[in-house]
Design a protein around this ligand. Sequence first.
Ligand code: HEC
Length: 162
Amino acid sequence: MLKRFIFLTVAVLLLALGFVDSATALKLPQEVRTVSLNDTGATTVVTNEQVARGKFLFNDTCSQCHLGGRTKTNPNVGLGLSALQNAYPPRDNIETLVSYLKYPYTYDGEDEITLFHPNTTRSDLWSEMRNYNEEDLRAVSGYILVQANNLGAVWGGGKAVN
Ligand code: HEC
């Protein structure tokens, strides 16, 4: 009886501390980690290490505005798959996400928003992007797409305009 109590307490503590979550997050099945690479229909497998790195970077630089894949100040332009798919050009793949983070555009693709959204081109304005290299940009982009695969409509809050 006491043993069971101790076991439960430890399990609850581990869950509360997020250990179990990060352990499972590091071992996502390949199916969930398979995402679009570009607009030709090619796919790529994001490694567990890239997911972990992407998660770290996302929490560090993006989540203050994009917690849970939502966009705090513009819920219509979230990071869920349907929102990304309906952007122009579609952003539901690694390569367009990476280019967005280098040079972001409005949802309709009409105007560049390097003064308003973090990016590496104007890292003089966005110091948090100064240390991002190409591999970091791919990791954070991969993390967004893996979260969308893994969490479905929960990621981005399902508030996308369609
Ligand atoms: C200061 C707040 C803020 C931060 C920090 C931020 N974003 Fe954004 N993000 C926004 C806003 C606002 C929009 C909507 C822009 C628009 O109106 O087109 C957006 C849009 C996006 C989009 C386009 C989504 C779509 O559906 O087309 C992507 C992708 C994105 N952000 C990724 C990121 C990533 C990755 C990071 C971290 C490196 C990040 N953002 C950091 C505020 C932020």
